[in-house]
Design a protein around this ligand. Structure first.
Ligand SMILES: Cc1cc2nc3c(=O)[nH]c(=O)nc-3n(C[C@H](O)[C@H](O)[C@H](O)COP(=O)(O)OP(=O)(O)OC[C@H]3O[C@@H](n4cnc5c(N)ncnc54)[C@H](O)[C@@H]3O)c2cc1C
Length: 326
């Protein structure tokens, strides 16, 4: 006699059909995350087309399970307790790219450094500042990521995708209202599956030199050997004018190199938390709380996090908010 399928078995079977990609039960989140931290996710799925991604989200819309969309998890802290629902990755299966003069169409799962290199080879300038950012195009756009005081939004013409219920959207540059490390795409929980950019014509040799110099500068400044999620705290212009960037404030507070469990405020750059092997989300959140409260006591400024914590029940919040509750 056939046993009835459990609700997770049923979800896994339906998502395998809809997403076009493999669906993994009890997926270990550690190898997926740049911090190498996190417990198991009940289900992990990676859609293989824009249509499959929309169908996946639409299917989950009325299901009583948490779901979260990730890219390369280079700005995410998963929880030690894992994720009690479906993790949907917009990854390499969605990385097609088309160039039409200065206009470039890209899918949301493309690896940012690969996009920047391709643009450079084609003599298209404007995104060189993002050459060292290890995330996906979708993850970069939603938070208007970038470096050298620039954001990817400057070059974006329009973004397409769907909302958390699988309803398609299209938003032009003005409607995205890009700001420092944020946008209305992020505020409204929209999922970016495709983007259209416009770049400047430039000399490929010049672009290449610029990218090499950016990479050399980053390699000299940032810890690379140990798992990390880049800058943990956002730079606040008011604090910057008085005490400097978060890394300097943490260093001045005497916390550079401070360890908690297996996590450490990097001795190389204090705004990075590195995993020395076996760090937990509890360790990272404790260091975030320590750095934040100490800097506040000494300077009067609260540092907020760029990194997001994903709770097992699906709540996504800046990690300093999770640290306050931990
Ligand atoms: C060594 C290192 C250096 C870094 N340097 C920089 C830097 O210079 N500048 C900078 O801005 N960032 C930097 N980062 C942080 C990070 O790489 C970027 O924020 C990156 O854009 C995140 O992309 P992701 O695909 O990894 O997103 P994830 O970390 O997977 O997700 C981040 C957030 O975006 C959401 N998201 C992911 N994909 C999508 C999508 N397709 N549609 C909608 N929402 C989505 C997630 O739900 C989550 O809330 C660095 C990280 C590391 C590890």
């Amino acid at each position: 006699m056939n046993r009835p399928l459990s609700s997770m078995d049923q979800l896994a079977a339906d998502l395998t059909r809809l997403s076009g990609g493999p669906v993994v039960r009890d997926a270990d989140l550690r190898p997926l995350s740049r911090w190498r931290i996190g417990g198991p996710a009940a289900l992990f799925v990676e859609p293989t087309s824009v249509e499959a991604a929309i169908a996946t989200l639409a299917y989950l819309a009325d299901k009583p399970v948490p779901r979260v969309v990730i890219g390369d998890a280079s700005n995410i802290l998963f929880d030690d307790a894992g994720f009690h629902g479906v993790v949907i990755r917009i990854g390499r299966a969605l990385s097609a790219m088309g160039i039409d003069g200065r206009r470039v169409h890209v899918q949301g799962g493309m690896w940012v450094p690969q996009l920047v290199r391709r643009l450079g080879q084609c003599g298209l300038g404007g995104l060189e500042h993002a050459i060292g950012i290890p995330g996906t195009v979708g993850g970069l756009i939603v938070m208007n990521g970038g470096s050298r005081r620039k954001g990817v939004g400057e070059q974006l013409v329009r973004a397409r995708g769907c909302d958390g219920y699988g309803v398609p959207f299209e938003r032009d540059h003005a409607a995205c209202q890009f700001r420092y490390r944020g946008s209305t795409l992020q505020d409204d929980g929209l999922i970016i599956l495709e983007a259209e950019f416009e770049f400047e014509q430039a000399d490929p040799a010049f672009l290449r030199r610029d990218m090499i110099s950016i990479m050399v500068e980053r390699r000299g400044k940032f810890p690379k050997e140990l798992p990390n999620c880049g800058s943990v705290f956002l730079s606040d212009p008011a604090m910057y004018d008085v005490v400097g960037p978060p890394g300097k404030a943490i260093e001045t507070a005497g916390l550079k190199g401070r360890q908690w469990g297996k996590a450490q405020l990097s001795p190389r750059h204090a705004n990075f938390i590195v995993n020395n092997g076996g760090a937990t989300s509890v360790d990272v959140l404790a260091l975030i709380r320590l750095a934040r409260t100490t800097v506040h006591e000494q300077t009067g400024f609260w540092m907020d996090c760029e990194v997001r914590h994903i709770a097992p029940d699906g709540r996504v919040r800046p990690a300093h908010q999770a640290a306050e509750l931990a």
